[in-house]
Design a binder for this molecule. Structure first.
Ligand code: BYC
Ligand code: FE
Length: 472
């Protein structure tokens, strides 16, 4: 179905036929725009950005590029087209027709999942609000804004579900999504990673690599949902998520490549002297962002996760492509457990271990990015390897939350932790150094900040010195 661009809210859900829903969304829209102007990218209302917008939910209608002022972006409601006769693919209801309306007995659980998802999207916009002031190039600025408008749209996607399917309390949740604020001590965002600041571009690229990747795996699990509107909404969101992770993958790669090039050129490890970010500092940022993102998968053993699955609300990554009974009543999954100073894998019931198995899929996906970064280092002729820390390191959620563990996976005393944490996680000094590189925004087409290599190619086959953002 093509998107109706004539109505105030572009959509492919026949909004004009549902006056109640249309009114609810039209009354939420100005509040969203107020929130965007308060908490969205700072001081950008007049800028024209070369953005990709959806003109249809079909594959081909996706890549429409044009200059848009962000407040005029057509935030809308786009669902992947329905699969006729879709059935529920897992859990107790496997084989039954997918739900088009919320099953009454699962209402509050489903609402909670949708609210948790919807809370992260505006949070990330808030976290990234100031980055435009220090952009390393016009190309990067444009990518930041593309990510921001799409996260704004992801909020719309969840608000649509709340308004369309949850009545009055759905509307209240939709308002509350605009009231919580990332990092606010009194009304913080729900999940911890979304209250961390994203003060510099290294953090931004790490966030889009590691934290947006949690988005990929959570959305993919929700895209399997027996609640069809949620499944179709998340399926469409995933098409946007891919670009966010591309921004992170290539952003870190370009910083790594720059560091390695400077190391080689000046035959030194001390690249800070030359205004690049040294690889050990990059490793510490990886350690931080990877582990706060691991926490987003929840506890290793979780009855919540088992319930979401048996209820048919949240599946596994690639659920429908897996060859098993999709009920998992007797299945087991290996989970890391600590006994004394040792970590070992023990078999746990697969149902309660679902958070951990999604985390396994995530870790494997992260490892591919690291392999690519290491290739860039090697190609520059530098001997250094970036690694993912042990999954018990620096955890705030789950079985290892109260434990002090080194990145290599050794249980350490409080004293050793205190002594060595500066080797493992960014120190105030590291952060101050990275921050010091983030100078005036670079607005000259084609120019790059010194600490980052240029990208391999431009956006939408445009040259690197294309005017990706026009200022007024
Ligand atoms: N922080 O049984 P457990 C994205 C709580 S990112 C704080 O394991 P569950 C994006 C938990 O609520 C994707 N609290 O929990 C990325 C529970 O509380 P109660 C976002 C946490 O429910 C970048 C207790 O601990 N989407 O889209 O199995 C930019 C026990 O835990 C945390 C989703 O997350 C935490 N990290 O798993 C923009 C999908 N973890 O019940 C966007 C929807 C756990 O004891 N959410 N707790 O009061 C879910 O599927 C689940 O809520 C979670 C947690 C996987 C997050
Ligand atoms: Fe994202």
């Amino acid at each position: 179905m093509s998107i109706d661009y004539d109505s105030k809210i572009p959509n492919n859900v026949d909004l004009t036929d549902n006056r109640r829903l249309q009114r609810a969304l039209e009354s939420w829209q100005p509040k969203f725009l107020d929130w965007w102007s308060d908490m969205g990218p700072e001081g950008t209302a007049a800028d024209q950005i070369y953005l990709r917008t959806a003109i249809s939910a079909q594959q081909s209608g996706w890549a429409n590029f044009d200059y848009v002022r962000m407040p005029d972006y057509r935030w809308g409601i786009f669902l992947t087209p329905a699969t006729p006769d879709r059935t529920i693919n897992f859990g107790d209801h496997r084989g039954e027709p997918a739900w088009q309306e919320v099953p009454g007995e699962y209402r509050s659980v489903l609402r909670r999942l949708i609210v948790t998802q919807g809370d992260t999207d505006p949070a990330s916009v808030e976290q990234q609000r100031h980055l435009g002031k220090t952009c390393p190039s016009l190309y990067d600025l444009r990518n930041l804004f593309q990510v921001n408008v799409e996260e704004g749209r992801h909020l719309w996607a969840m608000v649509y579900l709340l308004d369309a399917h949850f009545g009055r309390d759905g509307r209240e949740e939709a308002e509350a999504l605009l009231e919580r604020r990332s990092g606010d001590p009194d009304r913080p965002r729900i999940l911890a990673a979304f209250n961390e600041p994203t003060p510099d571009w290294l953090s931004f690229f790490m966030f889009t690599f590691f934290t947006d990747r949690d988005g990929k795996f959570q959305l993919a699990s929700l895209a399997e949902s027996g609640f069809d509107p949620l499944a179709r909404t998340c399926r469409f969101m995933l098409t946007e998520e891919a670009h966010h992770m591309f921004v992170g993958l290539t952003g870190v790669e370009r910083i790594v490549a720059r560091a390695a090039a400077v190391m080689r050129e000046h035959k030194t490890d001390d690249v800070r002297r030359y205004g690049a970010i040294d690889l050990p500092t990059i490793q510490k940022y990886i350690n931080f962002h990877f582990t706060v993102s691991l926490d987003l998968f929840g506890a290793e053993i979780s009855t919540n996760a088992a319930n979401y699955y048996t209820m048919g609300l949240k599946g596994r990554y690639d659920e429908t492509r897996r060859e098993d009974d999709h009920r998992l009543a007797d299945a087991v999954h290996p989970v890391t457990e600590r006994t004394g100073d040792e970590f070992r894998l023990v078999e746990a019931p697969a149902l309660t271990a679902l958070n951990e198995s999604l985390r396994d899929d995530y870790v494997a996906d992260c490892a591919k990015g690291l392999a690519r970064w290491n290739r860039a280092i090697k190609e520059a002729g530098v001997d250094f390897e970036l690694t993912l820390p042990h999954r018990a390191f620096h955890r705030g959620i789950g079985a290892f939350a109260d434990l002090k563990v080194s990145p290599a996976g050794k249980v350490v005393s409080e004293a050793e932790w205190a002594r060595r944490v500066g080797e493992w996680l960014p120190t105030d000094e590291d952060r101050a150094f990275v921050h010091s590189l983030m100078g005036e925004a670079i607005h000259e087409p084609g120019r790059m900040a010194n600490w980052i290599a240029p990208p391999a190619r431009g956006i939408n086959k445009q040259p690197l010195d294309f005017e990706y953002v026009r200022f007024n």
